[in-house]
Design a protein around this ligand. Structure first.
Ligand SMILES: [Zn+2]
Length: 370
């Protein structure tokens, strides 16, 4: 297996919130330690009761190894998902087939045709690997299984915390720009039936952020300290020293559990444009960045990658194969790989505010849309 992420992992601590005054959570969860067999496989049972609409399985290595999702079996041991069907495919369904050092995350079902879940016992098979992608037996992992009822259509809520890295709040105009961008993000998600509930906070990390998938201990700790599960967006100045990287998601999908990479990182400087100051058009583009990156976190791939040879697995987004055609078919799509602009400023960019019905379905099936 390839796409080996850098090694940076510590065992997460368990967190139990037991406040009798609170209503029962919409998402049920189970967390435990487990060990892969001598061949490096672990079968994880997922019990789907009546009314359960989606599940998410997150597995983290406790040591310096990698984990990957390989198979999903449905009730009656029917094979539902085989990593070999997707690993070398030109179409992307989930990143969980690519070995990762922090976590492998399977959120199921992804598309309408992958569901609905049938009551009964599902089994997710994951593998434990070394840094070169060789199977390693008897490896310890932490397993988290989350389930959520099928919500009424367009009734889901997504909690998100927008957390400022050190010194970012002191940058002139940045807080105002973030809040304006979030207002627009709320509208973009409302259009696909998701009520976004944003909160603002601070996180004690350097404003020069690493790549999201490298992870930060502070991100895991931030989640542990929350009363409720939430998605997390960290606003820094730059990501991985890249002046032009707008944002990056910690997985497609990302885990709805505490972890070092359980976040979307955005760099305010890239979003402010070449002059490093936010004008109204920059704020709109920033809002689309937030909605796009969290869209990845909720399970969306780009409808086409910008080499025009890889596509998402949805059948209602164009499988265009040349730049001009892709920009005309998909340039207004929120998940297009880059902003489509005629000049050097955000004011010349096409609004990217569209999601297809298939894309809307994917984000609504994310377990954290409660
Ligand atoms: Zn993207």
């Amino acid at each position: 297996m390839t796409l080996l992420w850098l090694l940076a992992c510590t065992a997460p601590k368990d967190k139990v919130a037991n406040d009798p005054a609170k209503p029962a959570p919409v998402v049920s969860s189970d967390k435990y330690g487990a060990t892969s067999d001598r061949d490096g496989f672990l079968s994880i049972p997922v019990t789907v009761d009546d009314g359960v609409g989606v599940f998410q399985v997150v597995v983290k290595p406790t040591g310096r190894g990698l984990v990957s999702t390989e198979y999903l079996y449905g009730p009656g041991e029917t094979l539902v998902l085989d990593w070999e069907d997707w690993y070398d495919s030109s179409f992307s369904l989930t990143e969980s087939f690519y070995a990762a050092d922090i976590a492998t995350t399977l959120n199921w079902p992804v598309r309408a045709e992958d569901g609905p879940l049938e009551p009964g016992e599902y089994t997710v098979v994951i593998s434990t690997l070394d840094a070169r992608g060789n199977y390693v037996g008897k490896s310890d992992v932490i397993v988290e299984v989350l389930t959520r009822a099928e919500p009424a259509p367009a009734a889901g809520t997504l909690r998100t915390v927008i957390a400022y890295a050190n010194n970012v709040r002191d940058e002139p105009g940045v807080v105002e720009a973030v809040e304006g961008a979030v207002d627009y993000w709320v509208e973009l998600y409302a259009a696909v039936g998701i009520t976004l509930e944003p909160e603002y906070a601070d996180i004690d990390v350097d404003e020069q952020l690493p790549d999201t998938y490298v992870g930060l201990d502070e991100v895991a700790a931030f989640h542990e300290a929350q009363d409720e599960r939430t998605t997390l967006v960290v606003v820094g100045e730059r990501i991985a020293e890249d002046r032009w990287l707008y944002g990056e998601a910690g997985g497609i999908p990302g885990p709805y559990t505490a972890g070092e990479a359980s976040a979307v990182f955005v760099g305010w400087l890239a979003n402010a444009g070449a002059d490093a100051e936010f004008d109204d058009a920059d704020v709109l583009l920033f809002g689309e960045t937030l909605a796009h990156e969290v869209g990845h976190y909720l399970g969306l791939f780009h409808p086409v990658e910008d080499g025009w040879e890889y596509w998402d697995a949805l059948d209602d987004t164009s499988d265009c194969s040349a730049m001009g055609r892709c920009e005309s078919d998909l340039g207004a799509n929120l998940m297009f790989p880059y902003p489509v602009c005629t000049g050097g400023s955000a004011a010349t960019c096409l609004r990217q505010d569209e999601l297809s019905g298939g894309q809307a379905g994917v984000v609504n099936r994310y377990v954290g849309v409660e």
